[in-house]
Design a protein around this ligand. Structure first.
Ligand code: PLP
Length: 362
C-alpha cells in the first residue's frame, strides 16, 4: 500500500494532536508588534477565554511562552524558594518531573507515590506533611492515562497552595479551578486545546499572588514582571517578545472550542474515549489504567503478547497514517498510549484506528 501523505497524518499519540483547522489557519495571520493595540486586544481575548476554559476569575491568566514544562517551571519558580516544603503526588512521569523542577528551585520535596496506572490517594497527599508551602499534583497523567482527583485536595489544603498540572486535562475533561480551590495551574496548547505546541496557559489565584517569592530565580518566567505585560489595565510594558503567531493560533482554537461549547467539547472527548476503549477491548486489548480513573483523551493498553509492537506502530503510521504512542520508562515496549484530543477526538478517527488494528492484527 502506498504511504499516506504527511498532511493526512492522524495524530493519536499522547500529543501533539491535530490542531483545529482554524488554529492552523491563524498561524498565517499578518505579523503584528507585541505592543500593537490590535495584538493586545487578541491577547486580552485569549486570556479571557482561558479563564472560561479553566473556570476561573483569576486576573493573572495568560499563556506562558514555552511548552507545558515551561508552565510547570513558571509555577514552581515563582512560589518556591530554598527550604520550602513541596508535597508532590507521583504516579507517572510528569509527577516525577514536578519533583525534579521543585528540587531545582530549592524545595524540600515530599513525594507521595502511587503505583503507575493507579490514582493518587488525596488523603495521603494531605497527610504527607503538616504545613507544606505547595501541594502539587498532575490532573491527567499522560504517561499512564490516569486521572487524579483534585476537589478533595482543594477543600483539605489548609494554608498550602494547590498547584495542578492540567496539560492533558484542560478542554478535554472537566476542570474547575475556582470550584476546586486550585491556586496555580498550567496547561499546554498541543493537547485538548488543539493548538500547535509552544504555549503554556497558566492561571494564578489572588491568594497565590500574595505569596509569590520576592525574587524568582528565573528572570524569564518571573510572574510579577510578566503581569505588567499580560494584564489588562497594567502598563503593558515590554518584558519579552510574545510568540505572536502562536497566540493567534490559540485565539482561534479557543474561539472554536467556545463556539462548539465547552460542555459539548468535553462530551465529544468522553464519547470518543469510551468508543475507543470499548473498541480496543473488543479486539482483545487489556486496558492499563484503573477503572473509574481512566482518561477518555488518553487511553493506555497493554501490548498483546507475541506481537512486534514497534512494527505494528510503524505500519499504523506508514500505511494508515495514524500515529499512536508507545509506553514511557519501564513501560516502553509494553504499553501503547492512544490520544483522542482536541480536533483529533472524532468518531471517524476511532473507527479508522480500530479498523486498521483489526486488519493488522487479524
Ligand atoms: N505535564 C503533562 C501531564 C504532560 O503530558 C506533559 C507533556 O506531555 C508535560 C507536563 C510537559 O509538557 P511539554 O512536553 O509540552 O513541555
Amino acid at each position: 500500500m502506498p504511504a499516506m501523505p504527511l498532511s493526512d497524518r492522524v495524530l493519536m499519540g499522547p500529543g501533539p494532536c491535530n490542531p483545529y483547522p482554524e488554529a492552523v489557519g491563524a498561524l498565517g495571520r499578518p505579523m503584528l508588534g507585541h505592543l500593537d493595540p490590535e495584538f493586545l486586544t487578541v491577547l486580552d481575548e485569549v486570556n479571557q477565554n482561558l479563564r472560561t476554559v479553566f473556570r476561573t476569575s483569576n486576573s493573572l491568566t495568560f499563556p506562558v511562552s514555552g511548552t507545558g514544562s515551561a508552565g510547570m517551571e513558571a509555577c514552581l519558580v515563582n512560589t518556591v524558594e530554598d527550604g520550602d516544603v513541596v508535597v508532590v503526588g507521583v504516579n507517572g512521569v510528569f509527577g516525577d518531573r514536578m519533583c525534579e523542577v521543585a528540587a531545582r528551585c530549592g524545595a524540600e520535596v515530599v513525594r507521595v507515590q502511587a503505583e503507575w496506572g493507579r490514582a493518587l490517594d488525596p488523603q495521603e497527599l494531605l497527610e504527607a506533611h503538616p504545613s507544606p508551602k505547595v501541594i502539587a499534583v498532575v490532573h491527567a497523567e499522560t504517561s499512564t492515562g490516569v486521572r487524579n482527583d483534585i476537589a478533595e485536595l482543594g477543600s483539605g489544603k489548609g494554608d498550602s497552595l494547590l498547584l495542578v498540572d492540567c496539560v492533558t486535562s484542560l478542554a478535554g475533561i472537566p476542570v474547575d479551578i475556582d470550584g476546586w480551590g486550585v491556586d496555580l495551574a498550567y496547561s499546554g496548547t498541543q493537547k485538548c486545546l488543539g493548538t500547535p505546541p509552544g504555549l503554556a496557559p497558566v492561571t494564578v489565584s489572588p491568594r497565590a499572588r500574595e505569596r509569590l517569592v520576592d525574587r524568582s530565580r528565573s528572570w524569564y518566567l518571573d510572574f510579577s514582571m510578566i503581569a505588567d505585560y499580560v494584564e489588562t489595565g497594567s502598563a503593558r510594558a515590554y518584558h519579552h517578545t510574545a510568540p505572536i503567531s502562536l497566540v493567534f493560533a490559540l485565539h482561534a482554537a479557543l474561539d472554536t472550542i467556545l463556539a462548539e461549547g465547552l460542555p459539548s467539547v468535553i462530551e465529544r472527548h468522553r464519547a470518543c474515549g469510551q468508543r475507543l476503549q470499548e473498541g480496543l477491548q473488543g479486539l482483545g486489548f487489556e486496558l492499563f489504567a484503573e477503572e473509574g480513573h481512566r482518561l477518555p483523551e488518553l487511553t493506555t493498553v497493554w501490548v498483546p503478547e507475541g506481537i512486534d509492537e514497534a512494527e505494528v506502530r510503524a505500519q499504523l503510521l506508514n500505511v494508515y497514517g495514524i500515529e499512536v504512542g508507545g509506553g514511557l520508562g519501564a513501560f516502553s515496549g509494553k504499553l501503547w498510549r492512544i490520544g483522542c484530543m482536541g480536533h483529533t477526538a472524532r468518531h471517524r478517527n476511532v473507527t479508522n484506528l480500530i479498523g486498521a488494528l483489526r486488519e493488522l492484527l487479524g
